[in-house]
Design a protein around this ligand. Structure first.
Ligand code: GDR
Length: 349
């Protein structure tokens, strides 16, 4: 028999799928919110779609009545709000819908549980720190640099206000970048692993990339969904940074990805003229394209997760090099086989 009920918004995304799997293994009954879309991508959750403890519901973060009804029908013990428009660059093109979903969507869900004892986890983001100097922790002053980040900040403060005003057990996990073989192809790490896999198997000529100097604190999403769960198991609701404490540049990630395939890259040139050459024969494998730059860039995010380590006993266990290796292995396998593969298996290793 299932012990607790969890409701996950954004269940078809990387984190939603990994969290659902984690909770099913903990014997939870898991309910997921799925947005109707023509593309209908459920590939990340196919492995447990038939699990009798897993239930999918159509819903939308811009539909308050729908959210309220779902909360009443499911009556979950825990809600993990992972739904949202998650691409920072896209938010500059779609600021209004990003705010509708990421900011007001969170408000709608909080309104739906305002008079309940349901525990609430909010997927807050390190992007809220924006231009604040690294390392960033729970006491760092926020300095958001994108419509995505300002919308996330609205949601963050709304969670705190609902906790203080109505005594809700509502917590923010301020998560730094976290990746896996399930990462969406539009984010830089997966874009790189897919392109490098295609280049070394002769299926693509080069990788076109944006800002090589951006530095991010990249952890493994499996460690981070464990942290989300720990946050909701605490007696007191609170806000926590989850991060590895180390940052790498986009250039570092590209070097590490090619190194997995035994290829060394030599960098030459400056700014838009910088290129990555294969050391063995001088062929250009990486070029910079201004199309992938953002109107405003966050230069370095590097988190200090001391509070989570001390209070939750949380530790990131999977290293940067293992993360890159896993992503590369998954994408090389997929390309070599020309067939579907099971990234959940790799993510589970
Ligand atoms: P980010 O992730 O914006 O940090 O947000 P992303 O992987 O998109 O960008 C990371 C950095 O890489 C630079 N970059 C590129 N990015 C993309 N996507 N494509 C490129 O071609 C490229 N070239 C360079 C970016 O400029 C940036 O500096 C992620 C998302 O998951 C958010 O939802 C989440 O809240 C934060 O992480 C924590």
């Amino acid at each position: 028999m299932a012990t607790k009920k969890a409701f996950i918004t954004g269940v078809t995304g990387q984190d939603g799928a990994l969290l659902a799997q984690f909770l099913l293994e903990k014997n939870y009954e898991v309910h997921g919110l799925r947005l109707y879309s023509a593309t209908n991508d459920t590939s990340r959750i196919n492995d447990f779609m038939e699990n009798r403890h897993f239930h999918l519901h159509y819903g939308d973060m811009i539909d308050g009545g729908n959210l309220r009804r779902l909360v009443e029908t499911i009556a979950p013990d825990e809600i993990y709000n992972l739904a949202g428009q998650s691409h920072v660059k896209v938010s500059f093109e779609t600021p209004e819908s990003t705010a509708q979903i990421n900011a007001l969507g969170t408000l709608r869900l909080l309104e739906a549980i305002r008079d309940t004892k349901i525990r609430f986890y909010q997927a807050s983001s390190s992007e809220m720190f924006g231009s604040a100097p690294a390392p960033q922790n729970e006491t760092t002053a926020f300095a958001p640099c994108s419509p995505y980040a300002t919308a996330k900040l609205y949601a963050y403060w709304t969670v705190r206000n609902y906790r203080d005003s109505y005594g809700l057990h509502a917590s923010n996990g301020i998560l730094f970048n976290h990746e896996s073989p399930l990462r969406g192809e539009e984010f830089v790490t997966r874009k790189i692993s897919l392109a490098v896999a295609a280049i070394i198997t002769g299926k693509q000529e080069k990788l076109m990339i944006g800002n090589l100097d951006s530095r991010r604190d990249w952890g493994h999403a499996k460690d981070y969904v464990h942290g989300m769960w720990l946050i909701l198991q605490q007696e007191q609701a609170d806000d926590y940074v989850l991060a590895t404490g180390q940052s790498h540049s986009v250039r570092d990630f590209i070097n590490a990805a090619f190194a997995c395939a035994g290829t060394n890259i030599i960098w030459q040139g400056q700014g838009l003229e910088e290129k990555g050459y294969r050391a063995s024969d001088g062929r250009v494998l990486v070029e910079v394209n201004p199309q992938f730059f953002r109107p405003n860039e966050v230069h370095e995010l590097r988190g200090d997760a001391t509070k989570a380590k001390q209070k939750l006993g949380w530790e990131p266990r999977i290293s940067f090099s293992t993360l890159v290796e896993q992503m590369m292995t998954a994408d090389i396998m997929a390309i070599q086989k020309h067939t579907s593969y099971d990234p959940m298996l790799l993510a589970a290793e």
